[in-house]
Design a protein around this ligand. Structure first.
Ligand code: SF4
Length: 308
């Protein structure tokens, strides 16, 4: 069985920056340090940060989470928080450190600006994910969360000024489908596609590679939006089986019956040594194992984790 290492994969700049910030805080701040939600959406990364002494507070909403932090330093995660969370943290006297990804901050600024100019903003995103929670908080009552085509049909917006934007880690293709649907309902809509470059490049590489292999393994955690989307785009666009594995033990030998070539990619928050372990395991699964050399470079490295 050949193992094709799909590139780019793994850490993006936002995740690398979040780890750097967490390390700096750990080394410089006295007193308890909390992360308000998972710093990045990967089980192993969260475990590692907790082992380093950073405490996890993970309630359904960031505001509710703040109430569980009695004192000390709070790190806002790469997914961003609403202005209300920042205000409340300051009011409570907490030392707030913001690890929001610069690409997410750009969406916050955009929504703030649109709302200030009187726009109603249709925001394509996943319910229950912290990134929409933060962005919607920029203009409560003027940002309309849409997850699927049914939501588009249900929208009731009377304004002439309508804009559409999106969560940074959505599927490139599903988002275009939703934007087209929004445009049919609101022909005057102003479109701001905010899918980040890291997400787009990883999805395009996964779909292209998937056409040349029998099966794709995505290494990433179920909480990770961009990892979940990698699985979806391979299945939907390349019509190939794809599976998400959080750890080596998740690999099911039954998936590989009759498989000659397997592609491996990983989410933007997946520590690279996990991906490497999966690749080595697959290479050793049957003899003669053969690995196809990489064609590009995986990006970045984070505190406490190797880069491949
Ligand atoms: S996936 Fe994109 S938006 Fe999310 S942290 Fe990485 S670069 Fe930032």
């Amino acid at each position: 069985m050949e193992v094709v290492r799909i590139t780019p994969r793994g850490y993006c700049h936002g995740v690398v920056d979040a780890f750097r910030i967490a390390r700096r805080v750990r080394e410089s701040q006295p007193g308890p340090i909390y992360m308000l939600g998972h710093l990045v959406h990967n089980t192993h990364a969260t475990d590692e940060l907790q082992a380093q002494g950073i405490r996890l507070v993970d309630p359904p909403s960031r505001l509710a989470g703040l109430d569980q932090i009695p004192e000390g330093t709070v790190i806002f995660t790469a997914h961003g928080v609403s202005p209300e969370v920042k205000r409340r943290a300051a009011e409570r006297g907490l030392n707030a450190i913001d690890a929001t990804c610069s690409d997410v901050i750009r969406t916050h600024d955009l929504v703030q600006d649109l709302a200030r100019r009187g726009y109603e903003v249709i925001y394509l995103g996943r319910r229950g994910h912290p990134e929409p929670e933060g962005v919607i908080g920029e203009a409560p009552g003027h940002v309309h969360l849409v997850q699927d085509l049914e939501d588009v049909e249900r929208l009731e917006i009377a304004s002439d000024r309508v804009a559409v934007t999106c969560q940074t880690t959505l599927s490139v293709w599903d988002t275009q489908e939703l934007i087209d649907a929004v445009r049919r309902r609101f022909p005057q809509v102003e479109v701001h596609n905010e899918i980040c470059r890291a997400t787009q490049e990883r999805q395009e590489a996964a779909v292209a590679a998937a056409r040349e292999v029998d099966l794709v393994i995505v290494v990433g955690s179920p909480r990770s939006s961009n990892s979940q989307r990698l699985v979806e785009v391979v299945r939907k666009l390349a019509h190939k089986p794809a599976y998400l594995v959080d750890r080596l033990e998740d690999l099911d030998p039954a998936w590989f019956a009759g498989v000659r070539r397997v592609g491996v990619t990983s989410g933007a928050s997946t520590p690279s040594q996990l991906t490497r372990r999966v690749i080595e395991h697959l290479e050793a699964m049957d003899a003669p194992a053969q690995s196809v050399p990489e064609t590009g470079a995986s990006s970045g490295s984070g505190a406490g984790f190797d880069s491949e």
